[in-house]
Design a protein around this ligand. Structure first.
Ligand SMILES: Nc1ncnc2c1ncn2[C@@H]1O[C@H](COP(=O)(O)OP(=O)(O)O)[C@@H](O)[C@H]1O
Ligand SMILES: [Mg+2]
Length: 257
């Protein structure tokens, strides 16, 4: 059983992403992420952090290599098996991506959509269990009292917590968060990062967060991966990472500018 437990939840094998205009987003990346890790990805703007997350849940296709999710290739998956793998991966965006004119409850329920055949969600036939699950997800991020508010009545931090609840109701194995706190004030930032950390620790979901802030990376991450120009230039436990090493991730910029 030990070898089964040790299987990484995400494996990137020689992953290269070249955009149609020729820009190299990712260069031959080899990376394993294990079940239950809280990984923080840091690097300059344009380094390839978003490209990496979008490759993992196949929001876009990669040009070379292979990505395995819990042992299954998402790169090669088609149709139903692709949908099933995607269901295991929740995504959180900097801009929240809520349906602004819909209620908080309805937004969180959309996390369940992947579990229904298309005709059912068209007619809004969410089950009682799903509504209960959505409510519990909102409780977990302290947003239950806003369940009937419209999303656009909430502050940015509250909207991000609703988007976390939406991901929770999806019940994924992996949460990918692309600069989830970039547009939030420091206090709200702390709340959102703490929610993600709690979800990681209490529910065992693997979390990967792209962050601009090294301070946040050190405070919340257990592992730091540094990306520069589409390549992994650093990978290590936060506890053993020095400030000089982090500065090195950002190196190269000074000469260029
Ligand atoms: N759709 C796209 N088409 C062409 N180039 C892109 C596209 N998206 C991102 N890039 C380029 O890929 C590189 C990595 O971008 P990105 O992953 O967004 O970086 P980060 O998230 O670290 O700021 C950058 O040079 C960026 O300009
Ligand atoms: Mg980005």
């Amino acid at each position: 059983m030990a070898d089964v437990a040790a299987k990484p939840i995400i494996e990137l094998q020689h992953v290269t992403k070249i955009y149609p205009n020729g820009t190299v987003g990712l260069k031959d990346i080899d990376l394993n992420i294990n079940h239950g890790e809280f990984v923080v990805i840091v690097g300059l703007s344009g380094a390839g952090k978003s490209t990496l997350l979008r490759a993992i849940n196949r929001l876009h296709d990669i040009s070379k290599g292979n990505i395995l999710i819990d042992g299954e290739s998402i790169t090669e998956a088609r149709g139903k098996s692709l949908r099933n793998i995607r269901r295991d991966i929740g995504m959180i965006f900097q801009s929240f991506n809520l349906v602004k004119r819909a209620s908080v409850l309805r937004n969180v329920l959309t996390g369940r959509v992947a579990y229904y055949p298309a005709y059912k969600t068209t007619f809004n036939l969410f089950s009682k269990e799903d509504k209960q699950r959505a409510y519990e997800a909102l409780q977990r991020v302290d947003m239950a009292e806003k369940v009937y508010n419209r999303a656009d009545e909430l502050s940015g931090g509250q909207q991000q917590r609703v988007s976390i609840a939406r991901v929770l109701s999806q019940a994924p194995k992996i949460i990918l968060a692309d600069e989830p706190v970039a547009s939030l004030d420091p206090q709200t930032t702390h709340k959102v990062m703490t929610d993600l950390k709690k979800i990681n620790q209490e529910l065992g979901m693997t979390v990967i967060v792209n962050l601009h802030s090294v301070e946040l990376a050190k405070e919340f991450g257990t592992r730091i991966i540094g990306i520069r120009a589409g390549e992994v230039v650093f990978d290590g436990p936060v506890s053993e990472t020095s400030d000089a090493q982090i500065a090195e991730i950002y190196a190269g910029q000074v000469e260029e500018s």
